[in-house]
Design a protein around this ligand. Sequence first.
Ligand code: GKR
Ligand code: MG
Length: 419
Amino acid sequence: MRIREMTITPVAFRDPPLLNATGVHEPWALRSIVEVTTEDGITGLGESYGDAAHLERLHAAAHELIGVKADAHHALYRRVAASVGTAVVTDQHGLTGGGSNSKTVDAVFSPFEVACLDIRGKATGRRVADLLGGPVRDAVPYSAYLFYKWASHPGAADDRFGPALDPDGIVAQARLLIEEYGFTSLKLKGGVFPPEQEAEAVHALYDAFPDLPLRIDPNAAWTPPTSIHIGRQLAGVLEYLEDPAPGIEGMAEVAAEVPMPLATNMAVVTHEHLPPAIAHRAIGVLLMDHHYWGGLLKSTQVAALCATFGIGLSMHSNSHLGISLAAMTHLAAAIPNLDHSCDTHTPWQDGQDVIAPGALRFTGGAVPLPPGPGLGVELDRDALAVMHEQYEKCGIRRRDDTAYMRSFRPDFQPKRGHW
Ligand code: GKR
Ligand code: MG
């Protein structure tokens, strides 16, 4: 089961103008599709970020993995760590939390590890979830990920989701996503408008969908005092409050004063953040993400730590395609203490994908675990070619929501601890 060949294909897919604390999504989102092939001809799939610098690191690591056994987890990790060296990727998008060398290694390792698990599953007729300890649920619930958004990218025709710039627009968006996907919980991306305005949108969602758990995530755009004020105002309304304020200390200050748990995918994003976050009681829920927590197996270890320390679990997402959704679904299916619906950007990709249709579907807001083997998804080579061509033509080489926003509003400032 030695690795014979690696193929890394950068792809781009259309993305609507979704607003966040650092700006607005560009018309194209980037991903990299990783194919790992063994000497006996089994190919496994992985998916990761598509920014140019990350792609370079993936290529460097891929080169070092040729000849290593696909089931030699630790040997694979050591090779990736050596290829990354002392590099530290900082928070490029302003939304992904602090950087560290171990987080950089974990992010580079992740798509290779997922592909190798896919290979191991295909070789043995097992699902990836089986290799992670076995599924504890048949379907993984996801949350509707609501965004403030413009009606269209400037200069283009309105997209089918329409504008969402006030509480009515957000409620209408929630209705559409619930109708199409059956979601049974809702998350609002905040950090766009002043906090009182966003709290109004949360109240409007609560009035419209009183039975559905609700979250808001301003990506640390608020100060601790504002977070405490809004947190108290939303008592009994929110399931959790996600990354209201920056840093472990800021989160700890808020956590001590609000009634609901705080969740994070910004303050705790790598192993060395866990001890101080636990010591300061900064978080009640961790949004794990195998793309930067070192793949699926390491994510299950983090999940076990969370169980030990009484921290709840949800899952973070960024714009992604079906290989990532399959990996997220296998991971979430195999984590006994996952106690919140996972995030996904899937509705915003609006049917675009690199995997052959049919393997993944949403029913009642949940994705049934694909029967496998491996991840249970296959590449659609024609779609991959089209998306690669889009990558070649789109001209975007790294996600930069702030620069894109400033091309329309030159005085725009990203928000961090701002309100
Ligand atoms: O897609 O704009 C976005 C999100 O804001 C994303 O980049 C965040 O990383 O979804 C993420 C989050 O929960 O913070
Ligand atoms: Mg978040």
